[in-house]
Ligand binder design. Structure first.
Ligand SMILES: C[S@@+](CC[C@H](N)C(=O)[O-])C[C@H]1O[C@@H](n2cnc3c(N)ncnc32)[C@H](O)[C@@H]1O
Length: 279
């Protein structure tokens, strides 16, 4: 059952949060002159046209990337994402928004290698097509949560694992925790970044407690809620759990998240969180 299509949601507040954190992680890692591996377990289509009927249905991007497009005062982590998004969009008004594979490929260097998993046949075809000529990218039509385990530790011994499911199935949280634990056992120094939705505050907190109980350290939580926590409000927030956050990532995001909360606020109740275990 693969009914989720990211094209309905591309560029929304959750994408802005996830991609701000992801590109900040990659920028910090490439500061070191050694190759690294990027593994995207749920890659999506790679990038999205915002004029399609899917994107126009609820125009989620308008309340996300649309609110900060061309902002003159974005803090460094958001300015980095915006620069990449402008490059993907090209000149003119906002009409296209990149996905995690494109952002990662653009952020990384020729010597870095990327492995992108996508199960949905049509999304996989678009992704494979977009990266057909990229020599350092492999696109895999396989289950990313299972497939990523065999790929770690990578020969480079440095790397990022992005886990970004749609959480449509109730078992998905447990599967994500199992995959993160297994990946961490095999690759203790790897960065593991896990996106999670906040539709139900209680469920999101329970997920965080379950993951923290596994003792994957150091561990940071970066969260952005754009509205008051209320039942039946849909996706009012999201976050990223990051195992082995790069040095000073917290400092950069502790500046970016309050700015995003201010800009993407819907009802005066937007809030953010940046919490880390001791190193
Ligand atoms: C939230 S979207 C990914 C968005 C993308 N990471 C981004 O930030 O642009 C989740 C994607 O995972 C795919 N998917 C679902 N289950 C999967 C699995 N077990 N392995 C690989 N891909 C999967 C879906 O088809 C969907 O395209």
């Amino acid at each position: 059952m693969l009914s989720y299509l990211h094209g309905f949601h591309s560029g929304n507040h959750a994408d802005v949060l996830k991609h701000t954190v992801l590109t900040a992680i990659l920028a910090r890692l490439i500061a070191k002159d050694k190759p690294l591996r990027y593994i995207d377990t749920h890659a999506g289509a790679g990038g999205y046209d915002l004029n399609t009927p899917a994107a126009q249905k609820n125009r989620e991007h308008a309340a996300g990337i649309g609110r900060i497009w061309l902002a003159p005062d974005a803090p460094p982590a958001v300015a980095r994402l915006l620069e990449l998004a402008y490059r993907y969009n090209g000149e003119g008004p906002l009409r296209r928004y990149p996905g995690s594979p494109w952002l990662a490929h653009e952020s990384l260097r020729a010597e870095d290698r990327l492995q992108l998993f996508e199960l949905h046949p049509a999304e996989y075809r678009r992704l494979a097509n977009d990266f057909a000529r990229a020599r350092n990218v492999r696109v895999l039509h396989e289950d990313g949560l299972k497939g990523c385990i065999g790929l770690v530790p990578p020969p480079e011994r440095r790397g990022v694992l992005l886990i970004d499911p749609s959480y449509e199935r109730t078992e998905e949280q447990r599967e994500v925790i199992d995959a993160a634990v297994k990946a961490h056992q095999r690759f203790a120094t790897g960065v593991i970044a896990i996106w999670y939705p906040i539709i139900d505050r209680y469920a999101a907190d329970k997920f965080e407690r379950a993951l923290r109980a596994k003792g994957l350290t150091p561990f940071s939580t970066y969260e952005l809620c754009v509205a008051k926590a209320e039942r039946d409000r849909g996706l009012f927030g999201s976050g990223m759990f990051v195992v082995n956050p790069p040095w000073q990532l917290d400092d950069e995001l502790a500046v970016a998240l309050p700015w995003l909360a201010k800009e993407l606020d819907r009802d005066g109740a937007a809030n953010w969180r940046c919490e880390s275990t001791a190193r």
